[in-house]
Design a protein around this ligand. Structure first.
Ligand code: HEC
Length: 157
Protein backbone atom coordinates (compact mmCIF):
# COMPACT_ATOMS: atom_id res chain seq x y z
CA UNK A 1 0.00 0.00 0.00
CA UNK A 2 1.69 3.12 1.20
CA UNK A 3 4.87 1.14 1.81
CA UNK A 4 6.75 2.25 -1.23
CA UNK A 5 5.69 5.80 -0.60
CA UNK A 6 6.98 5.76 2.95
CA UNK A 7 10.12 3.83 2.40
CA UNK A 8 12.70 6.25 1.08
CA UNK A 9 12.52 8.94 3.70
CA UNK A 10 10.98 7.32 6.70
CA UNK A 11 14.11 6.34 8.56
CA UNK A 12 15.77 9.72 8.22
CA UNK A 13 12.62 11.59 9.19
CA UNK A 14 12.32 9.42 12.25
CA UNK A 15 15.84 10.26 13.21
CA UNK A 16 15.01 13.94 12.92
CA UNK A 17 11.85 13.59 14.92
CA UNK A 18 13.76 11.84 17.67
CA UNK A 19 16.50 14.40 17.62
CA UNK A 20 14.08 17.29 17.73
CA UNK A 21 12.16 15.60 20.49
CA UNK A 22 15.33 15.37 22.51
CA UNK A 23 16.21 18.98 21.90
CA UNK A 24 12.80 20.13 23.05
CA UNK A 25 12.82 17.79 26.02
CA UNK A 26 16.16 19.15 27.12
CA UNK A 27 14.79 22.60 27.61
CA UNK A 28 14.10 24.21 24.29
CA UNK A 29 11.88 26.48 26.33
CA UNK A 30 13.16 29.79 25.15
CA UNK A 31 12.57 31.87 22.10
CA UNK A 32 8.96 30.96 21.60
CA UNK A 33 9.70 27.92 19.49
CA UNK A 34 7.38 25.64 21.40
CA UNK A 35 5.61 22.89 19.62
CA UNK A 36 1.87 23.19 20.16
CA UNK A 37 1.87 20.40 22.74
CA UNK A 38 3.81 22.33 25.32
CA UNK A 39 1.27 24.91 26.34
CA UNK A 40 2.36 25.22 29.91
CA UNK A 41 -0.96 25.52 31.65
CA UNK A 42 -2.34 22.03 32.01
CA UNK A 43 -5.07 22.92 34.50
CA UNK A 44 -6.98 24.96 31.96
CA UNK A 45 -9.37 22.27 30.89
CA UNK A 46 -11.94 24.59 29.37
CA UNK A 47 -9.23 26.20 27.34
CA UNK A 48 -8.36 22.99 25.61
CA UNK A 49 -11.99 22.43 24.82
CA UNK A 50 -12.53 25.95 23.62
CA UNK A 51 -9.43 26.06 21.48
CA UNK A 52 -10.34 23.44 18.95
CA UNK A 53 -13.50 24.26 17.09
CA UNK A 54 -14.66 27.81 17.53
CA UNK A 55 -11.99 30.13 16.46
CA UNK A 56 -10.78 29.81 12.89
CA UNK A 57 -12.36 32.60 10.90
CA UNK A 58 -14.88 33.69 13.46
CA UNK A 59 -15.63 37.40 13.51
CA UNK A 60 -15.03 39.45 16.63
CA UNK A 61 -17.94 39.18 18.97
CA UNK A 62 -16.74 40.79 22.14
CA UNK A 63 -17.72 40.00 25.65
CA UNK A 64 -16.43 36.45 25.73
CA UNK A 65 -15.12 36.29 29.28
CA UNK A 66 -13.40 32.91 29.15
CA UNK A 67 -11.60 33.80 25.93
CA UNK A 68 -10.55 37.08 27.48
CA UNK A 69 -9.16 35.24 30.52
CA UNK A 70 -7.25 32.96 28.21
CA UNK A 71 -6.00 36.04 26.38
CA UNK A 72 -4.78 37.55 29.61
CA UNK A 73 -2.68 34.46 30.30
CA UNK A 74 -1.29 34.52 26.77
CA UNK A 75 -0.47 38.20 27.05
CA UNK A 76 1.90 37.29 29.88
CA UNK A 77 3.06 33.91 28.56
CA UNK A 78 3.91 35.26 25.11
CA UNK A 79 5.89 38.13 26.56
CA UNK A 80 3.66 40.93 25.27
CA UNK A 81 3.72 42.25 28.79
CA UNK A 82 7.43 42.97 28.49
CA UNK A 83 6.83 45.56 25.78
CA UNK A 84 3.23 46.71 26.27
CA UNK A 85 1.02 47.96 29.04
CA UNK A 86 -2.72 48.43 28.86
CA UNK A 87 -3.28 51.83 30.32
CA UNK A 88 0.10 52.04 32.03
CA UNK A 89 1.85 54.07 29.37
CA UNK A 90 4.34 53.40 26.65
CA UNK A 91 7.19 50.89 27.03
CA UNK A 92 9.16 49.49 24.10
CA UNK A 93 5.82 49.31 22.33
CA UNK A 94 2.66 51.40 22.46
CA UNK A 95 0.19 51.39 25.33
CA UNK A 96 -2.51 49.05 24.08
CA UNK A 97 -5.36 50.81 25.80
CA UNK A 98 -7.86 51.80 23.13
CA UNK A 99 -6.17 49.72 20.45
CA UNK A 100 -9.36 47.79 19.59
CA UNK A 101 -11.00 51.13 18.92
CA UNK A 102 -8.25 52.56 16.76
CA UNK A 103 -7.53 49.37 14.75
CA UNK A 104 -9.65 46.68 13.17
CA UNK A 105 -9.85 43.11 14.40
CA UNK A 106 -8.10 41.82 11.29
CA UNK A 107 -5.32 44.36 11.58
CA UNK A 108 -4.66 43.50 15.21
CA UNK A 109 -4.65 39.75 14.56
CA UNK A 110 -2.28 40.26 11.63
CA UNK A 111 0.03 42.40 13.73
CA UNK A 112 0.11 39.82 16.53
CA UNK A 113 0.55 36.76 14.33
CA UNK A 114 2.85 38.23 11.72
CA UNK A 115 4.52 41.43 12.82
CA UNK A 116 7.44 40.90 10.45
CA UNK A 117 5.49 41.31 7.25
CA UNK A 118 3.16 43.89 8.74
CA UNK A 119 6.18 46.03 9.54
CA UNK A 120 7.37 45.58 5.99
CA UNK A 121 4.20 46.27 4.08
CA UNK A 122 1.44 47.80 6.19
CA UNK A 123 1.49 51.61 6.19
CA UNK A 124 0.16 51.95 9.74
CA UNK A 125 2.62 49.41 11.13
CA UNK A 126 5.46 51.11 9.27
CA UNK A 127 4.43 54.41 10.75
CA UNK A 128 4.46 52.90 14.25
CA UNK A 129 7.88 51.45 13.65
CA UNK A 130 9.22 54.83 12.63
CA UNK A 131 7.87 56.17 15.90
CA UNK A 132 8.95 53.37 18.22
CA UNK A 133 12.19 52.49 16.43
CA UNK A 134 12.08 48.86 17.61
CA UNK A 135 10.44 46.13 15.58
CA UNK A 136 7.79 44.15 17.41
CA UNK A 137 8.96 40.59 17.95
CA UNK A 138 7.33 37.62 16.35
CA UNK A 139 5.96 35.67 19.32
CA UNK A 140 4.82 32.59 17.39
CA UNK A 141 1.23 33.30 18.25
CA UNK A 142 -1.50 31.49 16.35
CA UNK A 143 -4.63 33.15 15.02
CA UNK A 144 -6.76 31.54 17.68
CA UNK A 145 -4.43 32.71 20.42
CA UNK A 146 -4.46 36.16 18.86
CA UNK A 147 -8.24 36.14 18.98
CA UNK A 148 -8.15 35.40 22.72
CA UNK A 149 -5.65 38.22 23.20
CA UNK A 150 -7.93 40.49 21.19
CA UNK A 151 -10.81 39.66 23.55
CA UNK A 152 -8.57 40.47 26.49
CA UNK A 153 -7.53 43.81 24.97
CA UNK A 154 -11.12 44.63 24.16
CA UNK A 155 -12.24 43.89 27.70
CA UNK A 156 -9.68 46.40 28.95
CA UNK A 157 -10.35 49.43 26.77
C1 HEC B 1 9.99 43.29 21.78
C2 HEC B 1 8.86 44.08 22.20
C3 HEC B 1 7.47 43.61 21.80
C4 HEC B 1 6.84 42.44 22.09
C5 HEC B 1 7.39 41.22 22.82
C6 HEC B 1 5.50 42.57 21.58
N1 HEC B 1 5.32 43.77 20.99
FE1 HEC B 1 3.64 44.52 20.18
N2 HEC B 1 4.62 46.12 19.49
C7 HEC B 1 5.93 46.44 19.81
C8 HEC B 1 6.30 47.66 19.13
C9 HEC B 1 7.67 48.32 19.23
C10 HEC B 1 5.17 48.07 18.41
C11 HEC B 1 5.05 49.29 17.47
C12 HEC B 1 5.42 48.86 16.06
C13 HEC B 1 6.88 48.59 15.93
O1 HEC B 1 7.71 49.48 16.21
O2 HEC B 1 7.23 47.45 15.58
C14 HEC B 1 4.13 47.09 18.68
C15 HEC B 1 2.84 47.17 18.18
C16 HEC B 1 1.80 46.38 18.62
C17 HEC B 1 0.41 46.60 18.32
C18 HEC B 1 -0.17 47.77 17.54
C19 HEC B 1 -0.34 48.90 18.54
C20 HEC B 1 -1.03 50.10 17.99
O3 HEC B 1 -1.00 51.14 18.65
O4 HEC B 1 -1.61 50.01 16.90
C21 HEC B 1 -0.28 45.61 18.93
C22 HEC B 1 -1.80 45.39 18.90
C23 HEC B 1 0.66 44.77 19.60
N3 HEC B 1 1.92 45.28 19.41
C24 HEC B 1 0.34 43.66 20.35
C25 HEC B 1 1.28 42.78 20.88
C26 HEC B 1 0.94 41.52 21.49
C27 HEC B 1 -0.46 41.02 21.70
C28 HEC B 1 2.12 40.92 21.83
C29 HEC B 1 2.32 39.54 22.43
C30 HEC B 1 1.76 38.45 21.64
C31 HEC B 1 3.19 41.83 21.48
N4 HEC B 1 2.64 42.93 20.89
C32 HEC B 1 4.52 41.60 21.70
C33 HEC B 1 6.77 45.72 20.62
C34 HEC B 1 6.52 44.45 21.10
Amino acid sequence: MSKSFLKPSVSTSFAWVLLLGMVYACGGGEGGGHPPMTMDHPPMGEMGAARQPAVQAAPPQGGDASLAAQGEQLFAAKGCIGCHTIGGGRLTGPDLQGVTERRSYDWIVAMITNPDSMLRVDPVAKQLLSEYMTPMLNTNTTREEARAIYEYLKSNQ
